[in-house]
Structure formats: C-alpha cells, structure tokens
Design a binder for this molecule. Structure first.
Ligand code: PMP
Length: 397
C-alpha cells in the first residue's frame, strides 16, 4: 500500500472548521478540577437550574407508554402543536403546526438545516459579529461564504441598516439575526428591525432569526421577533428552543418555524440525516411549553437578579465595559488594548485565577481581540467571586 496516502485527510469543507475555543477553556478547567483546584465557571452558556418537573414526568411517562420508536420527520404532532401555540401566545407569531413548524435537535440543528437548505457555493450569508460561532461554521460547511458585519459597542451592538446595506450584494442569500444576542446580551431595537426590513426588501435574502434567548429579556422590555415585523415574516425562519429558557439543554430540542415554502426544504434534509428528534423527549418538551411557564419566569427573574449583581460589581471599575446587556445571560466585556489579546488574558485568568471566561475571538470578531464573554448562568456567589477576581486581575495590569 502507498504509505503517502493520507487516510485521515478530511474533506475540503472542513479546512476552516476550527475546534471551539470555548471547549478548549472548558476542557482545561475540567483538568484543573480533576487536579483538585476549584474553578469558577463563567464560560458556559448553560443554565445551572434543573429542568421543570412536569417535563421530566411527561417524558418518563412517555417512555413507560412505549413512545420509544421513530416519529414523524417533522416532529411529534403534540410538540408541533405546543410550539405553534407558544409562538402565538408569547411572540405574536402564527405558524401552522402541520407544515410550518419543524421540531429540531436543539436550536443548533435548526440553524444547520436552515443554512444547508438555502445556502451553497456562490451564496453569501451576512453574519453580524461578534456572533455565536456556529453560524460561520455552518455557512462554511454549506460551501457558502460568510460575510462579516461588525457590530460596535458604541452602537449598543445593534445591527445598523446602513452598514447592512453596504455589505449586501446580489449574492446575499441570508442575513442572520440573533436577539437577544449571544455574546453581547443586546436586544435588537424594533426600529432597527424595520430598517433591516427596508434593506432586504426586493432582495432574495432570507432572514435567519435566532431567538433561542427570547424568554430571557430584562428591565421590563419584551422580546420582539423579527418575523413579527411587517414585511419580514415571509422571508424569515425563526429558530427557538428549550435549552436556555427551560434549562433543557441536554434534551436536545428546538424548532425551526417559518412559511411552509421555507420549512419544507429543511425537512428534506432531515429525512436523510437525523430522521426525527428523540420521541419521548419531545413529549416532555410539549409539557414544558404548555405547563412550565411559572418555572420559566422564576428562572428569568433569577437571571435578571444575577445580571444586576454583575453590573453592580462592574460599576465599581472602569476597565471592563459591559455595554447594554438587556437579555440572554451574557456580558461581553470590552477592555483597553493595553491588557493584551483576549486569548492570552482568558488563559491567564484560568491558569492564575482559576476563573474560566471566553475570549472574544471565539465569536468570529476582530473586535473580540479585546473583549471577554462571561456567562451569568452560574450561582450568584460564584458570579461575584469570579468577577472580583477578574476585576482584580485587569486592575493590576
Ligand atoms: N443559538 C445561540 C445564539 C446559542 O447561544 C446556542 C447555544 N449556545 C444555540 C443557538 C444552540 O442551542 P441548542 O442547545 O438548543 O442547540
């Protein structure tokens, strides 16, 4: 056999798919913990709460009832109906459970399917950055081209319609929006959404609207879905899920909702990839949407309390700027260049202070060279302690 043959050479489409820096930090933190150190986890975007009891019970009952087989490709009818009711009740969106809602394996699969279904070689996808890194990765896997639209702290990390118009071309096939936003916590101003609608009008750009944090909005604001804005619904695919608002990240459930012409192509991929999400998990998901509103609201209030505590701690210093975090459970802390690149700072914090945070460069943004993301989806004592150590480190430099 020819020894120069490289059997492990991955497909070309993987060339730009890098391991997640968040994972690298998490793995090193776990290693320190195994060695007996106490690490404060401000890196993970995962609620520290337990899943609502009603969802667990319904899923357990579903197993007992033998709901352990394949289900419809689009998801269990009970859950599609629950999602449809939920979107109507909470976000003023009307989608038919029959053909406008696809249950997905987490919001992540919804993003992947939407991009794979509509974007390919020659297509451009506009991604405002900093951004959750899966958008760029999925666009690359699809063979399409990510087009970066920088968001700025001075503009509250809002999408600027003029800047969007400047990066759009006749090849723009999709524009990604995420509100509330990971990693900045920004909640998109409805006026900006109207501006986006004006820019995409008369183009063939779809909008991929990631609303996984829709329930985590603070300060008396409320979530406004881009799809509920006049002129956007017919070109928008809404992504949502259970991981953040219902503390059900390990259940791997989410959804893709939109006009049936847009949902159907995603379903065609599903038929030949994942078949359907776990049947009994979906029944638990339906129970969460229908019956766990009080638990969801209690968790939201606790996140809001933590956000306020974090902002109070940060108000006592002026090196780290948190911007205007109105939602999600993240603070994106920009800092002066003299503190050095975020990769180095994040690793130093982990090794020397045992505080795990995410370097801004994990979010596909040059601006992230001088920013760190912290998550407040952890206990309030850890949050205070972690922030105090962070502040002490940056102040001593
Ligand atoms: N969208 C955003 C903006 C996220 O931050 C995440 C998870 N970190 C997801 C989607 C994926 O969520 P899920 O666990 O439901 O796949």
């Amino acid at each position: 056999m020819n020894s120069t043959l490289d059997l492990a050479e991955p497909a070309a489409r993987l060339a730009d798919i890098k391991p997640s820096p968040i994972r690298a930090i998490f793995d090193r933190a776990s290693e320190l913990e195994r060695a007996g150190e106490r690490v404060i986890h401000l890196e993970i975007g995962r609620p520290d709460f337990d899943t609502p009891e009603v969802a667990k019970q319904r899923a357990a009952q579903a197993i007992a009832d033998g709901k352990v087989h394949y289900g419809p490709n689009a998801g269990q009818p009970e859950l599609r109906a629950a999602i449809s009711r939920y979107l109507d009740r909470r976000h003023n969106l009307t989608y038919s459970p029959d053909d406008e809602v696809l249950v997905t394996i987490g919001a992540n699969e919804a993003v992947f399917l939407a991009i794979m279904a509509f974007c390919g070689p020659g297509d451009e996808v506009v991604i405002p950055v900093p951004a959750w890194s899966a958008y760029v990765a999925c666009v690359r896997l699809a063979g399409a081209t990510p087009v970066i639209l920088p968001l700025s702290a001075d503009d509250g990390y809002q999408v600027n319609p003029d800047a969007l118009a400047a990066v759009m071309t006749e090849r723009t096939r999709m524009v990604v929006l995420c509100t509330p936003h990971n990693p900045t916590g920004a909640v998109t101003d409805p006026k900006r959404l109207a501006g986006v609608a004006d820019v995409v009008r008369d183009t063939r750009a779809l909008v991929l609207s990631d609303e996984i944090y829709a329930e985590l909005v603070y300060g008396g604001q409320r979530h406004i879905s881009p799809a509920s804005v006049a002129d956007l619904r017919h070109r928008t695919l809404v992504v949502g899920g259970f991981a953040k608002a219902y503390a059900m990240d390990g259940w791997r459930l989410g959804w893709l909702a939109g006009p049936k012409e847009l949902v159907r192509p995603a379903l065609r991929i599903r038929q030949f990839t994942t078949i359907c999400p776990t049947t009994f998990a979906q029944l638990g998901g339906a129970a969460a949407l229908d019956e766990a509103g009080a638990e969801r609201e209690a968790m939201r209030q606790e996140f809001e309390r933590r956000r306020n505590v974090a902002l109070e701690v940060l108000a006592q210093q002026d090196v780290l700027s948190p911007g205007e975090p109105g939602g999600a459970f993240y603070l994106y802390l920009s800092y002066p260049e003299r503190l050095g690149p975020s990769d180095e700072l994040a690793w130093r914090l982990l090794e020397e202070q045992h505080v795990a945070v995410v370097p801004g460069t994990a979010f596909d943004s040059d601006g992230g060279k001088h920013a760190l993301r912290i998550s407040y989806a952890c206990g309030i004592d850890d949050l205070r302690e972690g922030l105090n150590r962070l502040v002490a480190t940056v102040q001593s430099n």
